[in-house]
Ligand binder design. Structure first.
Ligand SMILES: NC(=O)c1ccc[n+]([C@@H]2O[C@H](COP(=O)([O-])OP(=O)(O)OC[C@H]3O[C@@H](n4cnc5c(N)ncnc54)[C@H](O)[C@@H]3O)[C@@H](O)[C@H]2O)c1
Ligand SMILES: O=C(O)C(=O)C[C@@H](O)[C@H](O)[C@H](O)COP(=O)(O)O
Ligand SMILES: [Zn+2]
Length: 364
């Protein structure tokens, strides 16, 4: 078993990674579940593929709330439904709700836990690659609204994260690739050696090779834990680097209706390639590095541009979506740009009309 700590003072917690984590969930989570009724929230795909295994591992009955699968569940309607179900189940402030699913379930349950009865606890058992390497750690919780991505939410840290890499055996290939975008992101942010590892091992990882999978998860979680511990609430210019590709990516997701036309990880992949190419255009980044990133993503089967992502909106329309970005400060939108692979930084004074022109050139 590998354990990684997220050091946040009195909100610190561990991320435990083990191939039998689901089968031994009862004893591993006993400290948080106590003897109170257990509430497990999941989605319909995870319920079919993995819930029986979790329930057996918990070793005692649990109330299960099964929500529709997909990004649309991260919505006002999904939140209302979940809060009503939690209240009907008699959730108490000291309880820990179990979020068992991908990033949609983790973000939604985390937000419900932050507001139901003015705040109760939750534990994460992430089941998608994306959730295991990124969304289950760090305490960003949210829903989408008609105005954009993750616009209503809270920072609310889980009490524990339990990762069982073997649950990924039932995740389909497209979702695995999408999750991989958030893995390679850590290399592109500040870890060129990890990018090189990704470049060499991505085929093994996507094929489910246990050693490659566990290494990718543990390395990613350690990177995220380090960044979150340094800047929990994204106020110090450190955590914002985890947004590499997201300013572009969230605009692409908005344009495609937060749907399975373009998954979050796919939008982030295209967004990272755009951030690298925009950095070349502004003279910051060697063209060879951007080309290497673009080639890598396309080789993996991820989108690396607007046409790959089936986005036809104008640059101006995409920039309009960006106006709601949570990084916006005093009317200025900082961008995560780069001086090369593993050399990203927060650029404060990006001209949005230039970004719109760049996107129009990309589309053309
Ligand atoms: N809070 C954060 O820090 C953070 C970080 C990254 C992404 N996110 C959010 O996470 C969401 C994306 O998460 P996601 O990619 O996990 O999507 P998701 O939760 O929709 O899961 C992807 C799909 O895979 C299915 N699935 C999940 N695990 C499975 C398994 N083991 N077997 C079979 N099917 C399985 C789900 O039912 C779903 O259909 C987005 O809303 C994104 O904004 C949040
Ligand atoms: O944890 C973070 O911080 C991240 O930015 C991780 C991202 O992968 C994730 O998609 C996050 O939800 C985006 O943050 P947001 O603040 O732009 O919604
Ligand atoms: Zn993301």
């Amino acid at each position: 078993m590998t354990t990684i700590s997220v050091a946040l003072g009195d909100r610190s917690y561990d991320v435990a990674i083990a191939d039998d984590a689901l089968d031994t969930a009862g004893p591993r989570l006993a400290q948080w579940l106590g003897t109170r009724p257990i509430i497990v929230v999941t989605d319909e795909n995870v319920a079919t593929a993995q819930l029986p295994r979790l329930l057996a591992g918990l070793g005692r009955p649990a109330e299960t709330v099964v929500l529709p699968a997909g990004e649309a569940t991260k919505s006002w309607q999904g939140l209302a439904l979940l809060c009503d179900r939690l209240l009907a189940a008699g959730v108490e402030r000291s309880d820990h709700i179990v979020a068992f699913g991908g990033g949609v379930i983790g973000d939604l349950v985390g937000f419900a836990a932050a507001i139901v009865k003015r705040g109760c606890g939750f534990v994460q058992i992430p089941t998608s690659l994306l959730a295991q390497v990124d969304s289950s750690v760090g305490g960003k919780t949210a829903i989408n609204t008609p105005a954009g991505k993750n616009l209503v939410g809270a920072f609310h840290q889980p009490a524990h994260v339990l990762i069982d890499p073997t649950v990924l055996d039932s995740l389909d290939a497209r979702q695995t690739r999408a999750g991989y975008a958030e893995v390679v992101k850590y290399g592109l942010i500040d870890d060129p050696d990890f990018f090189a590892w990704c470049d060499a091992h991505v085929a093994d990882l996507l094929a489910g090779d246990p050693a490659a999978r566990t290494h990718a998860i543990a390395h990613s979680v350690a990177a995220k834990a380090r960044i979150v511990a340094a800047d929990e609430r994204e106020t110090a210019g450190v955590r914002a680097l985890l947004n590499l590709g997201h300013t572009f990516g969230h605009a692409l997701e908005a344009d495609t209706g937060f749907s399975d036309r373009l998954l979050h990880g796919e939008a982030v992949a295209a967004g990272m390639a755009l951030a690298y190419r925009y950095s070349v255009r502004t003279g910051l980044c060697p063209a060879a590095d951007a080309a290497r990133v673009t080639d890598h993503l396309r080789r993996v089967g991820l989108p690396a541009g607007l046409s790959d992502a089936s986005v036809t909106a104008s640059g101006a329309a995409l920039v309009d979506h960006m106006a709601h970005d949570k990084k916006m400060a005093a009317g200025k939108l900082p961008f995560i740009l780069t001086r090369g692979i593993g050399r990203t930084f927060l650029a404060a004074d990006v001209d949005l009309s230039d970004v719109a022109r760049f996107l129009d050139e990309e589309r053309g």
